[in-house]
Design a protein around this ligand. Sequence first.
Ligand code: SAH
Length: 247
Amino acid sequence: MLDNIRIVLVNTSHPGNIGSAARAMKTMGITHLTLVEPKDFPSARATWMASGAADVLENAVVVPTLDAAVADCAMVIGTSARLRRIPWPLLTPKECAQVVKEGAAKQQVALVFGREAVGLSNEELQKCNYHVNIPGNAEYDVLNIAMAVQVLTYEMRQAIVHAEPDSHKQSMTIECRWDEDMANAQEMSGFHEHFNQMLLDIEFYDPNNPKQLLTRSRRLFNRARLDRLELNMMRGIFSRIQAKIKS
Ligand code: SAH
């Protein structure tokens, strides 16, 4: 299960943080690292900070966009140090670990970390199914990125490797018994585009003034976690509506 978990670092500025994050991951048995446009990588400083986890860096995958990093993931969780204007389903680290445990039983799960200075953009956070926040001192609760990786991977390891047998049975309720695979991020991205195009075709909203419609519909469908069959059914309906109004 730990093997189905991927840590994604977006636009990391300091190579030392990439190395520290790799070390944090390896100590918890999580080794798949994806870097979205790192500023400086590979780097001797990263390798130095990784210490015994240099192999995690050697196997790290470097990609140009967040979309590419999570395309094949059926669950994407964004980390955030502060609350955003439109709230998303927000997990504590312990809840996050349970959700990841279910998601990673059969499919790939990504945990996404933001830039040191500005975190993740709203657009990036809106690609996620859930957000997770590490609660801390109200006066200052912004962790160093590698420390945030450490806290969250620790909780995942506790939930997955050190769980009581009973809690294991209890938590494996939804995803493991589902009859279809969940749609992955790439399929969801195509879905959101199709939904948007259908709304434009039926002139449901003013494209110059969409307000929060697209954000809210994105949140709705990401929260629902469509499986592949449901996604195809919905897209079939959209296509039929489009065909009808054009005929
Ligand atoms: N000023 C930025 C802080 C970024 S800290 C902001 O306001 O978002 C760099 C990254 O570390 C964040 O993007 C997140 O991935 C992680 N991080 C730091 N503190 C966190 C916290 N309390 N909970 C969850 N993630 C946190």
